[in-house]
Design a protein around this ligand. Sequence first.
Ligand code: HPA
Length: 246
Amino acid sequence: MDIALAVIGGTGIYDLALEQAETRQIDTPYGTPSGALRIGLLNGNRVAFLARHGEMHSLPPHKINYRANLAALKQIGASRILALNTVGGITEHFAPRTLACPDQLIDYTWGRTSTFSEEPGTEVLHVDFSHPYSPLLRHKVLAAARVVGADVVDGGCYGATQGPRLETIAEIRRMHRDGCDLVGMTGMPEAGLARELKLDYACLAIIANWAAGCGDAQEITLNEVLDNVAAASAGLPELIGELARS
Ligand code: HPA
């Protein structure tokens, strides 16, 4: 059975309740992925899962081998990727515990290997990235959310920062002026690499906290982040199960 969907889990999401799951350790020409892939059934459809930061959250955002992660998913035959990204909310519709399916992004990361055409002799790629997320997969995410009765904000601009520290209030103010609604550390280069591999890729952002200086933000703690991710993710298996079917 083909892989109907691959899911990359972010902070606070380290597995999916897959049935008859097997563990696959995959090697790629770009190195090893963040961890083993889990492949199993969700709603009777074959779904693959990879924890972006490793199973024990051992990899900081700038150390993740994004190329190996995507190449591994492509190698097992996945063509649709749902990226779960834990983020901070900047603008009013993106409060903690909200889910959002952004349609734009701005890349503030630096020093990460951000293309598959890095090696000498490989063809230089200038992929179109006007719409960084697959419009078709976004449409299906939003449709699946409607079917299962989950609230997902349609659209928004994801700002990808370098981390691993959180941002200053002035940095978030600048991102707000730039048009960002959400801030996270792992959205890039993942989305760009997925485009280079011609994968259908969309982001489902899980808003864990108000970004620095926004809403009623005080000090941002890991406990707050994990509690809000757990609360916002309660309906995710159902949504992802529906997406895998569609
Ligand atoms: N900033 C960047 N990344 C994040 C945040 C944030 O406030 N919350 C969760 N991931």
